[in-house]
Design a protein around this ligand. Structure first.
Ligand code: ATP
Length: 220
């Protein structure tokens, strides 16, 4: 579904990724690990078309179209990748802190009202803790609650693959468990997940772990 082949990534002249290859299939959770600066965020940004220049191949095949070989997306703008089914939650979450939980969810959604309502109901079922704070400004939520909202907001775009940058970092263990359970529920529904994460509560449930060391996949 997502296939990254010999990916190099650059910030201007500085190279951050060297020949990284990986695959993520529907219903699979692949966890990226590595020290600070190893290139985890850069890999997610490369797949999403943000900030970095890349060389190599990034191929995406929407599920439900098994006959197609997938499309090469690395020349695409970020919004086109999002429309094609790639959902991304940045490390800093990028919420609208002055807006309420419900407004943050609705602002991400496109399409007819009934479809938006259905997506919202699904997202809230996954994160029931958000149901009691729909009118609350995002600024008045804990870090873990904000992280749930950031994931829920991305789900409002109807993604088929989720790219998550350290969703459990700095979050209370009980909320880490909620986030882990929500991600496992999505996985069981066929979502593909590529997650940069050191937290073992989540990493221990990965289908595959990929260790990045200084911009390279260890062992490759
Ligand atoms: P962290 O957990 O600290 O976010 P990471 O594994 O996600 O670490 P990256 O943020 O991808 O690592 O960084 C990989 C390399 O790219 C590092 O050498 C970093 O200094 C460099 N880098 C990251 N962002 C930029 C940027 N905007 N401009 C220049 N270099 C950058």
């Amino acid at each position: 579904m997502l296939e990254v082949d010999h990916l190099d990534a650059f910030y201007g002249p500085a190279q951050a990724l060297f020949g990284v290859s990986l695959q993520v299939h529907p219903g699979e959770m692949v966890v990226l690990q590595g020290l600070n600066g190893a290139g985890k965020s850069t890999l997610l940004k490369s797949v999403m078309g943000l900030e970095v220049q890349t060389r190599g191949t990034i191929r995406y095949q929407p599920p439900g179209d098994p006959g197609s070989a997938g499309v090469t997306i690395q020349g695409w703008e970020t919004h086109r990748r999002a429309q094609a089914g790639l959902g991304y939650v940045a490390e800093d979450r990028r919420l609208f802190t002055g807006l309420s939980v419900r407004e943050n969810l609705r602002i991400a959604a496109r399409g007819p009202a009934a479809a938006v309502a259905a997506l919202e109901a699904q997202a809230l079922d996954l994160f029931p803790a958000l149901k009691s704070m729909l009118a609350r400004p995002a600024a008045h939520m804990s870090g873990g609650e904000q992280q749930m909202l950031a994931i829920a907001r991305t789900l409002m775009t109807g993604p088929r693959i989720l790219l998550l940058d350290e969703p459990c970092e700095g979050i209370a263990p009980v909320l880490v468990e909620s986030i882990r359970d929500a991600l496992l529920a999505l996985k069981a529904q066929g979502m593909a997940l590529l997650v940069a994460e050191q937290n073992q509560l989540l990493a221990s449930r990965a289908d595959r772990l990929l260790h990045l060391v200084a911009g390279k996949v260890r062992g490759s």
